[in-house]
Design a protein around this ligand. Structure first.
Ligand code: ATP
Length: 236
């Protein structure tokens, strides 16, 4: 089976900073995969290389067998990303933002409209469809970022700390939604600082530190190996 993500000896240098230092990782298709690591471990850099926002300095990175640089379009079309930062067009009604994104990915107008309605309903902000992004509450902005990631019906959904700083209700809603997506075959890559979250959701977890994978295991195995110490470190 083709891996959803297959990365070998990935390197990224920003000036003097070695953000990724020989990262190797395979994320099986259909899995719910967690990426844990302290601040600065390289999680966001890794994700940004997968989606073509950052150029690697060395190594190989493939998404469903497509090289993220030479087969950029195919690799990018397979990925839905809900990033940590809100990098959204703030001045248009959110429904239009979704339709534009769908159009950019070659989805015909009528279908784009249907998909936009559908994803806004799924994330629970359909009634806000004519509101611009800036006017949404913080929680609604999070929901919208997920809707935007889902508009292209991606085979791989990447969520960069989706539950950081959100209230209990939203966290539960997000967990339910992404679990359902995974049950229906979508591969999920989730970065988090909370091992409890990884334990609840993920089949497998990789621990990143200083730009490398230092451990890959089930969340239960990590807990048994004393990953609660890591959790304490992450919570600070
Ligand atoms: P966090 O959990 O805080 O989001 P992270 O694991 O996502 O951290 P990255 O954001 O990938 O880590 O950062 C990895 C390293 O690369 C850090 O030392 C960071 O300061 C550095 N870095 C990231 N982006 C840049 C940039 N554009 N220019 C210079 N250094 C950068």
């Amino acid at each position: 089976m083709t891996a959803a993500i297959d990365v070998t000896d990935l390197r990224k240098q920003y000036g003097n900073v070695q953000a990724l230092d020989g990262l190797s990782l395979t994320v099986p298709e259909g899995s719910f995969f967690g990426l844990l690591g302290p601040n600065g471990a390289g999680k966001t850099t890794f994700i940004n290389i997968l989606v073509g926002l950052v150029r690697k300095t060395g190594g190989d990175a493939q998404v469903f067998g497509y090289d993220v640089e030479t087969d950029y379009r195919e690799a990018r079309d397979a990925i839905g990303l809900a990033p940590q930062e809100f990098n959204v067009d703030r001045f248009f009604p959110i429904k239009e933002v979704l339709e534009h994104k769908a159009g950019y990915h070659g989805i015909p107008t009528a279908e784009a409209r249907e998909r936009a309605d559908d994803v806004l309903k799924r994330v629970g902000i359909y009634e806000k469809r004519d509101t611009r992004f800036d006017w949404l509450s913080g929680g609604m902005k999070r929901r919208f970022m997920l809707a935007r990631a889902l508009i292209t019906e991606p085979d791989l959904l990447i969520l960069d700390e989706p539950t950081a700083g959100v209230d209990v209700q939203l966290r539960r809603d997000l967990w339910k939604l992404i679990t359902e997506l995974n049950d229906n075959g979508t591969t999920i890559l989730l970065t988090t600082h909370y091992i409890e979250e990884a334990e609840r959701l993920c089949d497998e977890v990789a621990i990143l530190d200083s730009g490398r994978v230092v451990d890959v295991a089930s969340p239960e195995e990590l807990m048994d190996r004393g990953a609660d110490k890591i959790t304490i470190q992450f919570r600070e």
